[in-house]
Design a protein around this ligand. Structure first.
Ligand SMILES: C[S@@+](CC[C@H](N)C(=O)[O-])C[C@H]1O[C@@H](n2cnc3c(N)ncnc32)[C@H](O)[C@@H]1O
Length: 257
């Protein structure tokens, strides 16, 4: 039986790798490296660095595949575009598992951050198994997500005592405003500075870009006071690097604990 490991490699710093992830790296014969867009070279290089640093006395192969990209045509329905993207990714995964992995071998997908958070690898492997054309076992190894890395860097808890925290996207924040029934929200995948629309909402923001990498930038403070500076710094960093990965925590001000 072929075996697949979905390994969370943490969100930037190679030191985020867990002992379980390092053991999993040392069990794999083939690594499937999937990346896309402007960040591709840096992210592929980081995965290679991780393998070179943590794999001891064990032969392995790296197979790079270009991850299909979501269609961004004007007016295209977001959900339909994501479904189409996942179908395309499924075809790439199937080819990799079928052609690049021998019977009894172990393959690994190195997933940025944690595989359970805004990542489709688990969903795609489930879809392949459900179709029944390929058979394999798979296991998921958790990683340090960008959410945990951000909170640690700012030395801030995600939730107030006994209170929930909402993890959402920039798109949803822009559409629906600050989530109801929570006083803490983490926002990911925000290409449009959705936080700027929350002026006057009496929030603190804890923002981080490229967290855990040498390019890391952290900013925090009352949202109304720092949002324009974040927009400026973000645009500058995006321009300098050609891409940006940022996440932020929004918390209501003045919550008594
Ligand atoms: C497709 S999601 C993947 C999330 C990943 N699975 C995780 O556990 O963090 C990509 C989003 O994660 C966030 N992100 C990932 N790595 C980051 C980092 N090092 N610094 C800041 N944000 C990051 C950004 O919001 C980015 O748009």
């Amino acid at each position: 039986m072929k075996r697949i490991l979905v390994i969370g490699i943490g969100a930037g710093d190679p030191d985020y790798l867990t002992v379980q992830a390092i053991n999993a790296l040392n069990a794999a014969d083939v690594f499937f490296v999937m990346d896309k867009g402007a960040a591709k070279d840096k992210l592929v290089a980081l995965r290679k660095e991780i393998c070179a640093r943590f794999i001891k006395d064990h032969d392995y192969r790296m197979v790079e595949a270009t991850s299909p990209e979501r269609r961004r045509d004007e007016g295209i329905d977001y959900k339909a575009a994501v479904d189409e993207l996942n179908r395309d990714k499924q075809a790439v995964f199937e080819r990799l598992i079928e052609d690049e992995l021998g019977a009894g071998q172990c393959g690994a997908f190195l997933v940025w951050g944690d595989p359970s958070l805004y990542d489709s690898t688990i969903r795609i492997l489930d879809a392949i198994l459900a179709e029944g054309r390929l058979a394999f076992d798979f296991e998921v190894i958790p990683g340090i997500s960008s959410v945990q890395a951000l909170a640690a860097k700012h030395r801030v808890p995600l939730n107030f005592i006994g209170r929930p925290v909402n993890i959402t996207t920039g798109r949803r924040l822009a559409e629906g405003g600050f989530p109801h029934d929570v006083d803490s929200a983490v926002v990911m995948l925000d290409a449009q500075n959705a936080y700027t629309q929350l002026e006057g909402a009496d929030l603190d923001i804890y923002w981080g870009a490229y967290v855990g990498t040498p390019d890391e930038i952290l900013m925090s403070g009352p949202l109304d006071a720092v949002k324009d500076e974040i927009v400026r710094v973000r645009a500058q960093a995006r321009e300098a690097n050609g891409w940006i990965m940022d996440t932020y925590l929004l918390r209501k001000r003045g919550v008594k604990e």
